[in-house]
Design a protein around this ligand. Structure first.
Ligand code: ASP
Length: 352
């Protein structure tokens, strides 16, 4: 029996008992008792975001203002190559950002896709929500909209990110005219250098619930590195990269966006919570669905498991939280009971 099948039988059996149950070894951060709110959850690169959001919510801020201010810190950080300034660019060396926000109390949402030259995509997504009758603006339209609201254009490609991109450009194929410095003088142009530079994913998601039970979420990213210009991932898609239902909870994702989109990741997590699953179990169920729905052999290892990873993060209105990834080793940032820290995510498959 494959890992897929055994996991499937396990989940089906558990579903009969209404709530998915996990082996003891995986019972980590799935708080069954509700911690004291506010609770703020984020991807592992979001410890500063959760701290900032906690501080703002403590001062009376709306949850959406708080999570956006939190992720703004990471958007402006040139050392995080997966988000905002310093993010890795598309295949042409241009940074393109995706972001969405969702505000539980109003059930309103905003998003931008393939946004160039703007530092804070999440702020522009929030403006789309607040200052238009639309939900999603992309490309040149998103840039024009951001400029209309006073956002200044900046070069988002840092020197560091440019060097990483150039290395990819020079090594990803031996059938073009781009030569790496080492190989430029060699007869056998690129061969050894190939495969050294892989496509990389990375994003920040952050969700918060305050003492009243009001919830908001935001996801912001530079997306898949070296993507085809105009490619939009899951991060700005409401229901994929982020979803909030103020009566239930919030969820968000990082990792291979194409897989999350095809499984309506964040929406599915919130719906599972609505029907009784805990946040971590809902996340685990959804990464399991993603694994099972991955049929393209190109994306599977010799045991038919996805070669890629996806992480889902969730919190419930009553303050429970959790996260799960396809592969072990995932962590997430959590502010709960007045403490800000990283915790381990549940997982489907153990990395060897
Ligand atoms: N989900 C993002 C995307 O596909 C990237 C990531 O989170 O790693 O664009």
């Amino acid at each position: 029996m494959t890992d897929h099948l055994s996991r499937r039988s396990f989940l089906l059996a558990s579903a009969a008992a209404a709530v998915v149950r996990l082996p003891e070894s995986q019972v980590l951060a799935d708080a069954s008792a509700s911690p004291k709110r506010p609770i703020i959850i984020s991807s592992a690169n979001g410890l500063r975001a959760t701290a900032k959001a906690a501080e703002m919510i403590g001062g009376g801020a709306d949850t959406l203002d708080a999570v956006v201010a939190g992720v703004n810190i990471v958007e402006a950080d040139p050392t995080d190559h997966s988000v905002g300034y310093g993010g890795l660019p598309n295949e042409n060396g241009v940074v393109e950002l995706d972001s969405c926000v969702m505000h539980g109390p109003t059930h309103n949402a905003g998003a931008v896709g393939a946004l160039r030259n703007i530092m804070h995509a999440s702020q522009v997504a929030k403006l789309v929500m607040e200052r238009t009758d639309h939900v999603f603006i992309v490309g040149q339209g998103a840039l024009d909209f951001a400029r209309a609201h006073g956002h200044k254009e900046v070069e988002m490609l840092t020197e560091d990110a440019r060097r990483i991109w150039l290395r990819w450009k020079e090594t990803h194929s031996d059938r073009d005219d781009w030569l790496s410095p080492v190989k430029a003088t060699s007869d056998n142009k690129h061969s050894d250098a190939m495969d050294e530079v892989a496509f990389t994913y990375g994003t920040i998601h952050c969700s918060a619930v305050d003492a009243k039970g009001d919830i908001s979420g935001v996801t912001t990213t530079s997306g898949l590195s070296y993507k085809i210009p105009g490619r939009v991932g899951d991060s700005p898609i409401i229901g994929a990269g982020c979803y909030v239902d103020n009566e239930v909870g919030s969820a968000g994702s990082t990792g291979r966006g194409e897989a999350v989109i095809k499984n309506c990741g964040a929406f599915a997590v919130v719906e599972l919570m609505r029907h009784g699953a805990s946040p971590a179990d809902a996340c685990l169920e959804v990464v399991g669905r993603i694994a099972e729905h991955t049929r393209d052999p190109r994306l599977l290892d010799d045991q038919k498991r996805p070669r890629f990873d996806v992480k889902m993060y969730a919190l419930s209105r009553d303050g429970r939280f959790g996260a799960a990834s396809i592969w072990s080793g995932g962590r997430f940032a959590i502010y709960a009971d007045g403490r800000n820290r990283l915790e381990n995510a549940k997982y489907l498959f153990k990395r060897s």
